[in-house]
Each structure stands twice: as structure tokens, then as C-alpha cells.
Design a binder for this molecule. Structure first.
Ligand code: ADP
Length: 609
């Protein structure tokens, strides 16, 4: 039911209620007052008639129909009421409504209630339906006393000669009530029409804007955000319409903004070189950009399909599971499909509490290719340089040892040639080693070794150097340390490079400490188990490394102080080589250093490998 119908019904209800109340109230009032008027009229008439009877009636013994009825009829004519005279025994001697035989045939009226009441109380009033006249009458009966002695014959002290009864029809009352009913009915109908017209007019002003608002909200809900309501009043409804329009403006602004952002991200996603996939909590694809579609060879109907169903890449599935387990970003390098297909870096980012995952696939084939070309080139150049360098060094050494050198200067030059070619040889062999490590050409020959087995060979290499610079080497690796599965020769290279650096960058009289322990790392393996590692620390009391250089020292050719490093005979490749060897062992390398106080290099290798 709409507001208009509700309002109309409400008005109709009010009108009906008022009319009904009026009808009952006025009806009662009218009936009451008319009834009172009739009664008083009857009373006056009865009093007059009584007087008349006392005056005109013959003595009781001479009562006869012929004597009394004409009297009664005469009275009836003057009073315009029905007048009846009843004898003390109940005989109706005269009645305005009956004459002759009919009068004589009338019932005995002694038992009539008004007559009984009159005899008992002096006055009898009754409303009754008269069988004689076939209408409703109000009867007013009074006893008639005749008393010669006193004037007042109604005090009951005289002789009762009969009962006078006057009656007026109640028709007038009923007609008046009927008229009233008619008036009320007409007024009600008029009121109802007015109520309907009024409610239509009054609700129209309220409903129209509401209808417009409703239409607008419906149209908004249907997606037509440009629709607005006309504001044509300043009242609350006008305010509401205005607010609605404002709200619609805001919604439109927001939608425009979101659409713009969406369009922008869509453009970015469509044109980016990386493949981007969105999968839900059960690994079903919800989005894929064109690059991802072509990289993974997704069919047209990929939306809603499980990733594993479309593309059986176990590594990708495992990575997704890993991200799900660790609830953070997971990263891996994998080969898509068969070996001829591209090699990619895949990052899985969980979003909205594991409900969705963003998979970013970055094709690194080209980078790898370039890296390989570079490493190949370096390896080739180094290799090619090695032979002539060896020859130069050989000749220089021979020259020094022979008597060819006649002058001091000549000797100095040859020493310089020798030193530089030695440095160059070291550089070339470092470069070659690094390239081979990068190219994966170095094969690991792993076997379990206790780290203390490195002590002797290290001492053999560094003892003269240590003594020369007055440095102490403390070897504090405990015997209980478990053996580690490593390539001994390559691991020796790590020790050599780290200790060599420590010696180079620690002033005379300092201490180098080598220690190790086992630890549970915060790195997780594929099965999401934390890894137990052996961590080696090479600590010195040297010059330290400034904060900003710390992340860069593992880069090839990076040196904090180029002049000093060169002076020390460094190539800038030592730490890069160490890092690559550690990575080949699935380990980690990092450092802590305080400028002017010393550095600690840490190497962690997993025990399970
Ligand atoms: P280099 O052959 O020059 O020593 P590395 O790769 O071994 O090259 O080291 C890179 C740079 O890191 C060094 O040039 C030096 O500046 C810094 N460095 C390495 N180890 C230490 C150390 N123990 N103390 C201070 N600086 C160091």
C-alpha cells in the first residue's frame, strides 16, 4: 500500500469517526429534547383535559358510550392528540380513534402499563406500539378525581372517576432522527469526497518528490549514475533531494575516479612485460594479463579454472603452496613447461589474508642470455690473456735471473713488469674463476669435512704474512662442531679470501678470529622447515667498512678505497668469488662492521645438504 492510499484511508477513517460520533451525539440529543417536549406537551394537555372531564363528565352511574365518546372526540379535535377516557374498571368509554361498535369492542385498558402506573404514582408515561392505530405512541395517563369539597382534585383525596390518557405519536421523533441520519449520511459522503480530494492534494506535494527520489534511486541502482532529482522546494524534502543529488555526485566522482584508476591499471597490466595472474584461495585463475596468457599458454576460458588443471608446472604449484604456508611473498626461479621454454622469476604475493594471490612472472631468458654472453666473453678473454701473461712473467723472471740486466734501472723496470704481470695474472685467474662459477661450470665435489681440517692449510698459506704484519690468528672452531658437506677446495677459497682481506685491512698488531657454531636459521626450506646451519665467523680488528658500502662489497670490482685496495694487491673480486661459492653451497654470506673497529664476515651453510 503506498503512502497516498494510506493517507486517504486515514482521512476517510477520521471523517467516518467524526460523523459517527456526531450521529450518535446529535441523535441522542435530538431524541432527548424532542421526547421531553412531547412529554411536557402531553402533561399540559392531560392537565387541561382532566379539568375538562371533571367539569363535563356525568356521574359515574350515568357513564355511557354515547355520553362520553363525543366529549372525547371533541377534545381530540382541539388537542390534535389521541385522547382516551378509561373508566375505573378499565372500560374505554371514549377514544378519539374509535367510535361506535369499534369503541365498544376495545379491550379493557386497566392492565395497560401507563394506566397501572398512573393509578399507582399519579402519572403514567409509556412509549408503546399501539395495536389500535398501528403506530408508536407516547401515552400519558392521569387519574381523574372528583371532589366537591376541594378545588384540587388531583391530590388523590377525591373520588376516582376514571383515567384520562393522552397520546401523541412518536413518529415525529423517529422522523427527526431519520432526517438527522440522512443529513449525517450526506455530510459523511461529502466529507469522504473532501477527504479523498484533500488527501490527494496534500499527499501529492509530499509524494511527488518521494516518487522522484524513488525513481532516481532505482535508476542509480540500475547503474544510471547520471540521473538527478529536481529540487523544487526548500523544505525537508527539498533538502533530502539535494542531499541525494550530492550523494549521487559523490558516487559519480568516486566511480569516475575508480574507473580511471581501473583503466590506468588495466593499461599498465596489458602492456607490461611481466605476466600477472590472480588466483583465489583454491588456486582458480580470476585474472591473467595478456603476457601471462601467452607465457602460460592459457586457453580462452581460463577464468575460474584451476591453475594446475591448465598448466602442469609443479614448481609453480609448490611456490603457491609455499606462499600459502608462510603467508608472505614467495619467490623462485623456475623453468616453464619443457626446457626449451623460457626461464622465469616468479613472485607470489598473498593478498587479503590468503584469499587471493598475485603471481608475477618475469621472463629472464634474455637477461640470462646476456649474462651468459658476458660471462663467456670474460671467461674467453681471461683464458686468452692467461697464456701471454704467463709468457711475459716467464721472460721477466728469466731476465731477472740472468746477466742481461746491466743497469739498476733496467732491473727496476723488470721488477715492475713482473709485479704488474703477477697482479694481472691474479686478476685474470680471479676473473676466470668467477666466470666459471657464474656460468655454473664449476662442479661441486661435496663431501663431509670438519672445519678444523682447514686450519693447517690456512696456516701454511698465511703464516709468513701474519708474522710479517704482527697479526694473531685465533682459530676457535670447536671439535664438537658437526661435519659439513662441502667442496673442500672451493670452501678453502672462501677462507683464503676472507682471511686475506682481514689481514689486508687490519693494521699491524691486530687479531683475526675464526670461529663457528651451529644454529637454527630463520630461513625455511621447501617443506617449510627451518634449516639447521653451520655458521663461520671471520672477525678482525681492522679498519671496518662504512655503512653505505656494506651492501656493496660483494659486488665484483667494488672497493671501498680503490687506492688502498690496489696497493694491497686486491682485485676487487675476492668477496664476489666467496659469495658465489657460498651460494653454490645453498648458503648465505653477510657481514657486520663498525668503521675503525673491525669487521665480521659470516658464512652460513645448511647442515642437511
Ligand atoms: P679486494 O680484492 O679489493 O680485497 P674484495 O672483494 O675481497 O676485494 O673486497 C672488496 C672490498 O671490501 C675491499 O676492497 C675492501 O674495501 C672491503 N673489505 C673487504 N674485506 C674487508 C675487511 N675485512 N675489512 C675492511 N674492508 C674490507
Amino acid at each position: 500500500m503506498n503512502i497516498r492510499t494510506q493517507q486517504t484511508l486515514r482521512y476517510i477513517g477520521i471523517v467516518l469517526l467524526v460523523m459517527l460520533a456526531m450521529y450518535f451525539y446529535l441523535g441522542t440529543m435530538l431524541k432527548d429534547s424532542m421526547s421531553k417536549r412531547i412529554t411536557s406537551e402531553l402533561e399540559i394537555q392531560a392537565a387541561l383535559i382532566t379539568e375538562f372531564f371533571i367539569d363535563k363528565l356525568p356521574t359515574e352511574a350515568n357513564f355511557s358510550y354515547d355520553a362520553i365518546d363525543p366529549l372525547v372526540d371533541r377534545l381530540g379535535k382541539t388537542e390534535k392528540a389521541r385522547v382516551t377516557f378509561i373508566g375505573t374498571d378499565g372500560t374505554v368509554w371514549g377514544d378519539t380513534e374509535r367510535n361506535g361498535q369499534a369503541l365498544r369492542a376495545m379491550d379493557n385498558h386497566l392492565a395497560r402499563p401507563e394506566v397501572q402506573a398512573a393509578l399507582k404514582d399519579g402519572i403514567g408515561i409509556r412509549d408503546r406500539y399501539s395495536d389500535t392505530t398501528q403506530t408508536e405512541f407516547r401515552y400519558f395517563a392521569m387519574p381523574i378525581y372528583r371532589n366537591a369539597g376541594t378545588e384540587d382534585s388531583s391530590n388523590g383525596t377525591g373520588t376516582l372517576i376514571g383515567i384520562c390518557r393522552v397520546a401523541l405519536p412518536m413518529e415525529a421523533v423517529n422522523t427527526a432522527i431519520g432526517n438527522l441520519r440522512q443529513v449525517v449520511l450526506i455530510a459523511s459522503v461529502a466529507g469522504l469526497i473532501l477527504a479523498i480530494v484533500f488527501s490527494v492534494l496534500s499527499t501529492g506535494a509530499i509524494i511527488k518528490p518521494i516518487e522522484k527520489l524513488t525513481q532516481m534511486t532505482q535508476s542509480l541502482a540500475a547503474g544510471n549514475i547520471t540521473s538527478r532529482v529536481p529540487v523544487d522546494s526548500r523544505n525537508e524534502l527539498g533538502q533530502l533531494s539535494q542531499n541525494f543529488n550530492l550523494m549521487a555526485d559523490r558516487v559519480q566522482e568516486q566511480i569516475d575516479k575508480i574507473s580511471e584508476e581501473h583503466r590506468r591499471s588495466e593499461t599498465i597490466l596489458r602492456n607490461m612485460g611481466e605476466g600477472v595472474l590472480l588466483v583465489n584461495g583454491v588456486s582458480e585463475i580470476t585474472y591473467a594479463n595478456p603476457t601471462a596468457i601467452s607465457m602460460l599458454g592459457l586457453p580462452d576460458d581460463y577464468i575460474g579454472k584451476a591453475l594446475i588443471e591448465i598448466n602442469r608446472i609443479p614448481e609453480l604449484q609448490a611456490l603457491l603452496q609455499k606462499a600459502e604456508q608462510i603467508e608472505t611473498v614467495a619467490f623462485a626461479e623456475i623453468r616453464l613447461g619443457n626446457l626449451t621454454e623460457p626461464e622465469v622469476e616468479v613472485t607470489v604475493v598473498p593478498v587479503s589474508a590468503g584469499q587471493e594471490y598475485v603471481i608475477v612472472i618475469h621472463d629472464v631468458t634474455r637477461e640470462r642470455q646476456l649474462e651468459r654472453i658476458r660471462a663467456d666473453f670474460v671467461a674467453n678473454v681471461s683464458h686468452e690473456l692467461r697464456t701471454p701473461l704467463t709468457t711475459i712473467r716467464g721472460y721477466a723472471e728469466t731476465l731477472l735471473g740472468e746477466d742481461f740486466v746491466r743497469t739498476k734501472k733496467g732491473e727496476q723496470f723488470i721488477v715492475k713488469i713482473l709485479n704488474h704481470s703477477t697482479r694481472l695474472s691474479r686478476l685474470v685467474s680471479d676473473l676466470l674463476e668467477l666466470s666459471r662459477l657464474e656460468l655454473g661450470e664449476v662442479e661441486l665435489k661435496r663431501s663431509p669435512h670438519h672445519l678444523n681440517t682447514f686450519y693447517e692449510p690456512i696456516l701454511d698459506v698465511f703464516e709468513p704474512l701474519l708474522e710479517e704484519s704482527g697479526l694473531a690468528l685465533k682459530w676457535e672452531i670447536p671439535d664438537e662442531l658437526p661435519e659439513v658437506n662441502i667442496d673442500k677446495q672451493l670452501f678453502m677459497q672462501i677462507f683464503v679470501n676472507l682471511i686475506d682481506n682481514a689481514i689486508k685491512y687490519t693494521p699491524d698488531g691486530g687479531t683475526i678470529t675464526v670461529s663457528a657454531e651451529t644454529d637454527i636459521s630463520d630461513v625455511f626450506d621447501e617443506l617449510n622447515m627451518s634449516v639447521e646451519e653451520v655458521i663461520v665467523h671471520v672477525k678482525d680488528t681492522g679498519i671496518g667498512i662504512p655503512m653505505e658500502s656494506q651492501p656493496r662489497v660483494f659486488e665484483r670490482f667494488y672497493r671501498v678505497d680503490k687506492g688502498r685496495a690496489q696497493e694491497m694487491g686486491g682485485t676487487g673480486l675476492g668477496l664476489a668469488i666467496a659469495k658465489h661459492i657460498v651460494l653454490r653451497h645453498n648458503g648465505r654470506i653477510w657481514l657486520d662492521s663498525v668503521l675503525g673497529q673491525g669487521s665480521v664476515f659470516h658464512v652460513a651453510v645448511p647442515l642437511s645438504d
